[in-house]
Design a protein around this ligand. Structure first.
Ligand code: NAP
Length: 246
């Protein structure tokens, strides 16, 4: 389905990004596997993906730095000749109630989750405009839609991603580029590992499907949005949350 394509996945060393890279590789896409610090995990994933008969470029880069993002995309173009799919997945949390939230807790989450995605959009868009096509998929969160106590910074960043997604979709639709956002609910990754069991049980009561999501649940939607089967879908926010928000 994606044979011969080139997909860049940010934050692919762990969690949802890792599952997305594997799912896109399973569909035949070559992968640019971005990470910031988890070198061992990134190199293990590279071997796994190569066993699936795709080519892989592992690239360490902090998406907060637009020059590093630019260099990464340049390296991707040099290796694969084009970039068909850009998945802006990398993200962080620094949860605490607003009364206790420090300026730096707010700034760091905005810098990675919002400015980092902006940096990637800023650098990938001219490439896709020149190519006359491409698929951009941004990871938002249901928290960006409904808010959550202890996540003022995170909710602001993820709501911002939705605004950027819709605005860019309007700007580049005529150039053959689709831009969509995926809004996961609670997915089992390192990001949610720290939540205690009591809190997880409370969350499950509000999820009609009565379970937390798996990274693969999100990856399956991303693969669809990356494929030609989604060619008439743009500017949308699609939840993968077991029905938690409807
Ligand atoms: P995770 O397990 O904590 O993994 C985060 C990934 O992002 C890691 O690969 C990390 O790389 C990378 N990363 C962090 N900061 C980076 C930076 N500045 N530059 C480049 N890479 C960076 O998180 P996850 O749960 O898979 O979440 C993935 C995305 O889904 C995030 O955008 C998150 O907000 C969103 N999401 C998650 C959930 C959930 O329940 N898990 C729900 C809704 C939305 P290194 O390890 O190499 O540093």
């Amino acid at each position: 389905m994606l044979k011969g394509k080139c997909s860049v996945v940010t934050g692919a060393s762990r969690g949802i990004g890792r599952a997305i890279a594997k799912r896109l590789a399973k569909a035949g896409s070559n992968i640019v596997l971005n990470y910031r610090s988890s070198e061992k995990e990134a190199s293990e994933l590279k071997s796994e993906l190569e066993d699936m008969n795709v080519e892989v470029l592992v690239y360490k880069c902090d998406i907060q730095n637009i020059n590093e993002v630019s260099e990464m995309l340049k390296a991707a173009k040099e290796k694969f000749g084009k970039i068909d799919i850009m998945v802006n997945n990398a993200g962080i949390t620094k949860d605490t109630l607003l009364l206790r939230m420090k300026q730096e807790d707010f700034d760091s989450v905005i810098d990675v989750n919002l400015k980092g995605v902006f940096n990637c959009l800023k650098e990938i868009t001219p490439i896709m405009v020149r190519q006359k096509g491409g698929k951009i998929i941004n990871l938002s969160s249901v928290i960006g839609l409904i808010g959550n106590a202890g996540q003022v910074n995170y909710a602001a960043s993820k709501a911002g991603v939705i605004g950027m997604t819709k605005s860019l979709a309007k700007e580049v639709g005529s150039r053959g580029i689709t831009v969509n956002a995926v809004a996961p609910g609670f997915i089992q990754t390192d990001m949610t590992n720290d939540l205690n069991d009591k809190y997880k049980d409370e969350i499950k009561k509000n999820i009609p499907l009565r379970r937390l999501g798996e990274a693969e649940d999100v990856a399956n939607l991303v693969a669809f949005l990356a494929s030609e089967e989604s060619s008439y879908i743009t500017g949308q926010v699609i939840n993968v949350d077991g029905g938690m928000v409807m």
